[in-house]
Structure formats: structure tokens, C-alpha cells
Design a protein around this ligand. Structure first.
Ligand code: NAG
Ligand code: NAG
Ligand code: NAG
Ligand code: NAG
Length: 538
């Protein structure tokens, strides 16, 4: 009101101002007309394109190589619905808005039974978000729950957890709460869907290649009856010799395994579940992470240890994955540390791949119209007889290779760099770039002290040039290198990496590090790995 009255009174007093306003309004009306006319024909023009055939360039689309609206934006290609897999997403109140919406807009609709858990009860669009900590015993969790209580209080006092730019609140404290969530999430998920064949647990920054899960679970269900043969699969991590499925990479637990932890008849037995929760909340309070605690519960209480199924379950995203013989021809199930922009790109990639391979039309044997409309839900533990005998070897899975070809091949630097004397080197370089050349092959002062027998190793850590030469001349399996003051990384896997900082001078970037690749060796290795992939789609 304070602001409105002076301006409205000045309006009353000034006919000139009113005139200007009227002109502005009329002008913007015409501008709007003009714009919508300009936009309409181009929209229809693209819309009239014939359906994209198998020969269409799969790279066209939202990744920026085609004009806007070249693709119908509201009809995503979806493989069949995965009703029988309960997807449980774990996130936190300070990051949920930055992460989960993109999941909901991309792969989550392929999993109609999805549950979202945060540290506060809330909603995202029409999705209800449960409070994973609601059943945590405060006597066992101790002072860590202080932050949780303050969250509840903030919420009741209408305090925003993120500012209008979406900047997040205190991550460190949110992380301290995170470790209490995994067991309660498992209990809640099971209570909500006690008859599902599979439970897939992921984080808010995990992406799924959803279509790959169909043939994968058909195969898995043939080998392990979900009701009788326990499965707890993921990317195994070890801490103090305790194996567990790494949470961000996702872990899959089937009905048989979950029943070992929560036996039949105990699903709603709150005193049993309280006992279970209390035991593991106590463990969590003196432990680093919730996925570790869940691993302990599964190993010790349920007698089911995690099986290491990397790289189907893995903790990297497209640019941080080390591409190598060990994963190049393998199927991708999950990706982790995925920022929202990347989540979108990964979805675009999956869509394009499905168009290319036609696998969006793939259905398991025994699939009926009733399954298609959703009036009958597919049941992996009670599959039609045909599905139990189905051979999925012809399925064209989306592979790490495809991700390399889609994301990285077009972006790799192509021009060889020159040395000080103007001679071409064998390497292409990027300055201020983290190539994530693997740590095992990193040369630094300590390594040199321990294993400094060869002169080239001693030299390698003294300059960018010597590091490059170490890769080019002294290590025949080296395909990329990274140099930063006193550190020379020599990698035999292809890693794209990323710029370390957006702004800065050349010298500032140089201090952060220089990444180099030897294109001739990269190409040779890729050809070698590629030749081993089954059923070449390309
Ligand atoms: C919890 O721990 C107690 C003491 O070690 C044990 O007797 C009990 O069986 C455990 N309960 C569950 C459900 O894990
Ligand atoms: C799937 O089939 C099994 C075995 O017949 C049954 O126990 C289970 O309840 C079914 N699952 C669902 C979600 O209907
Ligand atoms: C599936 O079919 C492929 C060839 O089409 C064959 O090599 C493979 O052994 C079959 N797998 C099973 C489990 O029958
Ligand atoms: C930023 C950064 O340092 N990135 C990595 C690049 O590769 C080297 C070599 O292994 C690593 O030490 C760096 O950590």
C-alpha cells in the first residue's frame, strides 16, 4: 500500500503518463501477436515431419543440435510400466527441490509405485513425500536429531529451507541425518507394498536407464525366483570389512531377501519393527552411512550379503565414468551424482536410443493388452510360462558404449596441441580441466619416494610437458594424462571429466590443472573395446 498510493496519485495527476502506458500496452499486444504468428508456422512445420524413422539422427533433440520444438515435447517414449518394482527415493529437505522434480519428470513415471522419502513430510506436485525419520528412536539417535527437530520447527514457522534462487540450506547437518534413513525407508516401503517382487532403493541424485530394467529383471527372475531366492544386489563397497550396496548407485532387494529381515507375519508387527529400527539406529549413530548400516542388517540379521553387480549399478555420471574394456560393452542400470541438467540429458539420451533401437516396443513374452493398459499388473514372481522361458539375448540394451558415443565422442577435443617450439605433440589438451585420470596411476612426491627408480617418473611430476611426455613416450598403455603442480596422473581409461571452474584467467585455470588425451590411442582402444560388444546396434 505504501508503494502503491504515491504512484497511483501521480497517475491521476499526469495524463502524459497514462498516454505512455496506453501506447506501451498496445505495442506489447502487437508484439505478442507478431510473435505468436511467427512461432505458429514453424511449430506446425516441425510437427508435420513424418515420424522419426530408424535412420533419423539420434543426436537431434534437446541436446542442442536442432532448433527448438523439433520434437514433440509432450509425448515421451516409454517402455512398459514396471509395476512390480517399488522405487524408493531417499533425499533430504534441503536438496529435494533441486533434485527430485527432474526425476519425476523423466524416469519415475516408468515406475508407477514410487515412494519419496525426505526428512520432513511434504509434497512435490502431487507426490506425497514421507518423513523417513518419523519412526527413528530419539534415545538411540542422540543429538543428531537436533537438526531434524529444527527442520520441523522451521517448517511450522513458514521458514524457507532454500532461498528464491533455490540455494540449499546447510548440507553438512542434512548429511548427518541421512544415515538414519535407510532402515526406516526399507520398513516403510515394505509395509506399503508387501507383495512386490522387487524394491529398488536410490538417492535423489541417481538416474536410471529405465528401459534396461525390463530385460534385466526378466533374466534375474528366471535365475532367482523373487519369492524364494534372496537377492540384494548393487555396487559393493567395503568399510572395515563390512560389505554393503552403495546407496547412491542404487541397490535392489527382492521379496525373498526382504522377508529374511522382516519375516512373514512381522510386516505390521510394530514392536518387532521398533526393535529392528532401534538396533540399527543405534548402529547408525556411531557409523558413517545409512547404506552401510543397511548392509550390516542384511548381512548379520537377514543372512543375505550384497552381491557386487558393478557396473550395472555404479556411482558415476556420463562425464565422470572411466570408460574402459571392463564396462564399455556392459549394460547401464544406474548413474549417480547426477545434477539436474545431466538428468535431463540422460533422459534425452535414453529416448533417442529407444527410437534408434526400437526397444520401446519390446515387451516380455506373455505380455497382454491388459498389461499394456495397466488393468493387469505384471508380476515377476508369477510370470506367464512363456516369460519364464524367454531368452532376452536379442534385447538391445543401452550400453556404456552408447553413452560414450552420444555424450563424449562429439565433445572430445580434436586438435593436437603444440609444444613450446611449435612442434605438434601427440596430445590434445584442456586447461583448467579435471580428467579424473585414475588415482592408482597418479605420480606425486610420495609415490616417487616409494617407487622413484625410473628417471621419467621423477621428471613427470615436475612439469606439464614432462607429464605429457611420460604418457606419450614412457607408458604404452597411457591414453590420457593430467598435470597439476607436482602431480601427474596417467590413465589407461577414457575419462572426459569437466571444467573445474567457469571463470578465470588462463593462468588461473592452468594452476587448477591441464588434462590431455592422446587421440590416436583413444581411437585405437575404443575400436578394440567396441569390437567386443554384442549385437552392434550402430
Ligand atoms: C535387537 O538387538 C537385540 C540385542 O542384540 C536382539 O536380541 C534382538 O533380536 C534384535 N532385534 C532385531 C529385530 O534385530
Ligand atoms: C505376485 O504373485 C505372487 C505369487 O502368486 C503373489 O504372492 C503376489 O501377491 C503377487 N504380487 C502382486 C503385487 O500382486
Ligand atoms: C539364448 O539365445 C542365444 C542365441 O540366440 C544363445 O546363445 C543362448 O545360449 C540362449 N540362452 C539361453 C539361456 O538359452
Ligand atoms: C581436480 C583433480 O585434481 N582431478 C584429478 C585428475 O587426475 C589426477 C590424476 O589421477 C587426480 O590426482 C586428480 O585428483
Amino acid at each position: 500500500m505504501m508503494l502503491a498510493s504515491p504512484s497511483s496519485s501521480s497517475l491521476r495527476r499526469s495524463p502524459l503518463l497514462i498516454c505512455i502506458l496506453v501506447v506501451l500496452v498496445i505495442q506489447s499486444y502487437f508484439l505478442f501477436q507478431y510473435n505468436s504468428q511467427a512461432a505458429t508456422p514453424s511449430y506446425y512445420r516441425h510437427d508435420d515431419y513424418p515420424a522419426r524413422g530408424p535412420n533419423a539422427d539420434p543426436r537431434a533433440g534437446a541436446s542442442g543440435t536442432q532448433p527448438v520444438l523439433s520434437q514433440k515435447t509432450n509425448i515421451p517414449i516409454r517402455p512398459a510400466m514396471l509395476h512390480d518394482v517399488v522405487l524408493a527415493i531417499k533425499t533430504g529437505a534441503t536438496v529435494i527441490h533441486a533434485r527430485v522434480p527432474l526425476q519425476l519428470l523423466t524416469f519415475v513415471p516408468n515406475f508407477p509405485n514410487t515412494l519419496i522419502f525426505s526428512d520432513m513430510k511434504t509434497k512435490i506436485g502431487n507426490f506425497e513425500v514421507a518423513d523417513a525419520l518419523a519412526r527413528v528412536s530419539s534415545e538411540e539417535a542422540g543429538s543428531s536429531l537436533k537438526y531434524w527437530r529444527s527442520l520441523q520447527e522451521l517448517q511450522s514457522q513458514n521458514t524457507a529451507l532454500s532461498d528464491s534462487d533455490g540455494k540449499m540450506g546447510d548440507l553438512k547437518e542434512g548429511w548427518a541425518l541421512d544415515k538414519f534413513k535407510n532402515i526406516p525407508i526399507l520398513i516403510d516401503t515394505y509395509q506399503k507394498y508387501p507383495h512386490a517382487s522387487y524394491y529398488l532403493f536410490i538417492d535423489g541424485d541417481t538416474s536410471l536407464i529405465s528401459s534396461n530394467w525390463w530385460p534385466y529383471l526378466i533374466d534375474l527372475s528366471q535365475k532367482h525366483d523373487p519369492l524364494h531366492s534372496p537377492v540384494y544386489w548393487g555396487s559393493m563397497a567395503l568399510l572395515n570389512n563390512a560389505p554393503f550396496g552403495h546407496g547412491g548407485s542404487g541397490y535392489l532387494i527382492n521379496q525373498a531377501a526382504i522377508r529374511k529381515l522382516i519375516p512373514e507375519g512381522k510386516t505390521y508387527d510394530e514392536s518387532y519393527l521398533k526393535d529392528l529400527e532401534r538396533n540399527y539406529t543405534k548402529m547408525a549413530s556411531s557409523s558413517c552411512c545409512g547404506d552401510l548400516v543397511l548392509g550390516r542388517a542384511m548381512t548379520e540379521r537377514a543372512g543375505v550379503s550384497v552381491k557386487h553387480k558393478w557396473p550395472y549399478y555404479q556411482g558415476e555420471t556420463w562425464w565422470s565414468i572411466p570408460y574402459h574394456e571392463s564396462n564399455f560393452c556392459r549394460e547401464i542400470g544406474t548413474m549417480h551424482h547426477v545434477v539436474p541438467e545431466d538428468m535431463q540429458e540422460i533422459w534425452d539420451f535414453e529416448q533417442a536410443m529407444l527410437r534408434k533401437t526400437g526397444m520401446d516396443k519390446w515387451r516380455p513374452a506373455g505380455w497382454t493388452d491388459a498389461h499394456e493398459t495397466g488393468s493387469l499388473e505384471w508380476n515377476f514372481s508369477d510370470m506367464p510360462r512363456e516369460a519364464k522361458r524367454m531368452n532376452t539375448s536379442k534385447y538391445k540394451y543401452i550400453l556404456f558404449r552408447d553413452m560414450y558415443d552420444w555424450f563424449i565422442a562429439p565433445k572430445m577435443p580434436k586438435e593436437l596441441s603444440k609444444d613450446e617450439s611449435g612442434q605438434l605433440t601427440e596430445s590434445t589438451i584442456r586447461v583448467g580441466w579435471d580428467n579424473r585420470s585414475w588415482k592408482e596411476t597418479e605420480l606425486n612426491k610420495d609415490k616417487i619416494k616409494a617407487d622413484g627408480t625410473e628417471q621419467w617418473k621423477k621428471d613427470a611430476i615436475t612439469s606439464e610437458k614432462n607429464c605429457r611426455i611420460a604418457c606419450e613416450k614412457h607408458k604404452s598403455d597411457c591414453i590420457q594424462w593430467y598435470y597439476r603442480d607436482g602431480i601427474c596422473g596417467l590413465g589407461n581409461k577414457v575419462n572426459y571429466g569437466r571444467r573445474l571452474r567457469n571463470e578465470g584467467t588462463y593462468d588461473e585455470w592452468k594452476k587448477l590443472g591441464v588434462s590431455g588425451w592422446i587421440p590416436s590411442r583413444v581411437e585405437k582402444k575404443l575400436a578394440e573395446w567396441r569390437s567386443k560388444c554384442p549385437g552392434q546396434v550402430v
